[in-house]
Ligand binder design. Sequence first.
Ligand code: ZN
Length: 324
Amino acid sequence: MEKSGIFSVRSAYSLGLKLANLDRSQASSSAPDGERKLWTHIWTGKKLAKDILPTRRAKFIRKIETGDQCTLCDREMENSFHAAVSCLQARGLRLAMREFWLLPDEDQFTYSGPDWLLLVLDKCSPVQRDLVKLVLWRAWSTHNNITHQSGPTSIHDGVQSLLSMGSRHGKQNINPASKRVWMAPPAGWCKINVDGSFVESTGDAGVGVVARDSAGKVVFTAWRVLFRCASAAEAEARACVEGFRLASQWKPDRVIIESDCARITQAIQHGELEWKISLVRRDCNSVANDLAQLARRTVHSAVWLGQAPACVMDIINSECNLNT
Ligand SMILES: [Zn+2]
């Protein structure tokens, strides 16, 4: 029998790891990718809990490194806790993930001694526990990728990968404060939302564009089917180009373009082009998204001035009402 709550958590955790190890030895090589990734993060979690990840501190102790300071932030010694939790990149990743997942409060992520991970996980719901492990695992991988200049290193890549890995759990644990709505532009401005739709298995693709004024009134809608499109990023980029092309053709005075593709908005924001573009959440970009799917499904392209097809009118009206 165990005397304290912490011990029972510790035992449950070790039991979980033992079972995981047992299952792992039985798991066939045909395990799907997602499952293999899950094993990776369980292994990392075990090493993280024991502070035996190959950090600068660990290498310094074994005299492989000459120092143990974190080379990313230069603020603290790089042990397992620092790399996965307190380094600036790890904090940035958690901050970004809070937009999507209900993670424990930031003050829970403090070093309370060798059992810090058990104590953090003890306060989580079962679903939250899996999400926290995923976020810590990803923070460590990103730290490692930056240090060794290999693999994805940006917070955006981390967020995308976590959202795809945690989609099974994340849906039950979505941060309710994170739901956003489309916002009308200021008076005198026209806002153009653009989106691309791409199906990898078939290569079918389309783009959708909707331009609205400060009262939420439709200036134009457009959708275009894309042939020979190679990727989702290309569909997003071509949606932006379509938005700019229509904007220059119909010449509204001042234009804001909104896309939910971070790669595209960053490329344009950091380029030398005199266009204004902002990144929005997917839930603020529903009309453009539906139009892109319409183009792809119907293999059809069109531009409508001052009106929108019936399939998106409900969303347009609800977004218009939310803004008045
Ligand atoms: Zn650091």
